[in-house]
Design a binder for this molecule. Sequence first.
Ligand code: UGA
Length: 450
Amino acid sequence: MKVINLGIGYVGLNTAAALAWIGHDVCGVDIDPAKIEMLKSGKAPIREDGLDDLLKQATHLKYTTDISNIINEADVVFIAVGTPSLPNGHANLEYVNAAAKTIATTIMPTHDVTIVIKSTVPLGINAAIERRIRAFVAQRGGDVSKLHFASNPEFLREGCALSDTFYPDRIVIGTDDDVAFKMLSTLYAPLLDQSFAIPPSVPAPANRPKTQLLRTNQTSAEMIKYASNVFLALKISYINEISGLCEKLGANITDVATGMGMDKRIAPYFLKSGLGWGGSCFPKDIKALLQIGGDYGYDMPIIKAAWDVNENQKDRVVRQIQDELKIVCGKKIAFFGLTFKPNTDDVRNSPAVDLANKLIALGADVVFHDPVGLTNAKKVYADDAFSFADTPIAAATGADAIVIATEWKDYATLDYAEIKRVMNTPFLFDTRHVLNAAALRNIGFTYRDC
Ligand code: UGA
């Protein structure tokens, strides 16, 4: 099928690359000419496992800034632009609206076309966009009976976005329109029956369950996306709250989470306690859902509490560091990890940065190491009081504490005896449970986790 992906960010680019691999003719469209030029020259503007290799082999994937030449050949047009938070917490829909306007002003359908919103949008926005595009195209004399609409939320995680796209747990198609449903089922058929050639750079996870297809109406599909992200954030906040009590009582949170996760009703995923959740999705989606509830006079105390627990988690870590170092002012604290999670170079809304700022406010000097995030961090946090070190050992030299702030595997295999030797005091706070506590204590570290 001929597919257009409007918006070539994390969601758009990974989706486009995967759809092209499974045999569709895909064109990625973006308003950013620099991004399009970069992609045309074979480079990915984001770091994602397997993406560079996939793009090199993507003969069915083209890019343009101008949709008008290609839109009338397309069978499926995805809107996959960002919906960041507005200052009041509502989702900012300016990019979705702009994408919808671009479609409405260029499309003149001669065959069935399905327009699909993949961006995370508040409830009712799919229907509103559909009404606007239909009205505009009708005004321009177009045949609106050939236009079809669906909501198709994405569930991909940064860092394993391609794996999540090729091997999804479920595909949700929100539409009352049978033509739209049929077209999207055909588009996704190779993923649903896993009949495509496995890309060497994105191997299939072991023992993965069959992908499920769920058809709902547009509003339910929109809600599935918000409710899923918020539930995952809530699960993390829950384990972080339990971890605080474990710390007081002497229980081991890793063992507690393992024991809980063995119950298949609970499952072991998203039960890792630590610095809390960050990134560009959970915070914005929680805020948006609370705002949607607020618009309808509907209070959601559990979701509010999940937010508060996440904020307090960083203060809890600060208190534990104070407990150990006593005076934080003037101390050097080395952060191992800056990105909001491992396997990405995305440094936005990173809990590591929040924690660092709290320690800086208390007078600490913070130096960051990260295996891939430093280039972005130096741009995004140019005005912050952070220092950056190219190696873990350089960051640790003269430090009074190391905070493992991102779950990078790289940090598990360092020579900690050597690191201890260059530190001022051997205190290590493993907020992401990547190290072996007993081994660290054996070589003389004071080890804490959360
Ligand atoms: C999240 C969802 O997991 C995706 O399903 C969704 O499609 C995506 O948002 C989106 O809306 O686009 P993402 O933000 O990329 O994906 O990353 P996650 O793996 O969910 O991690 C989010 C945060 O939670 C990270 O800061 C991570 O370190 C933290 N986390 C995760 C924990 O603290 N503990 C855990 O057990 C798991």
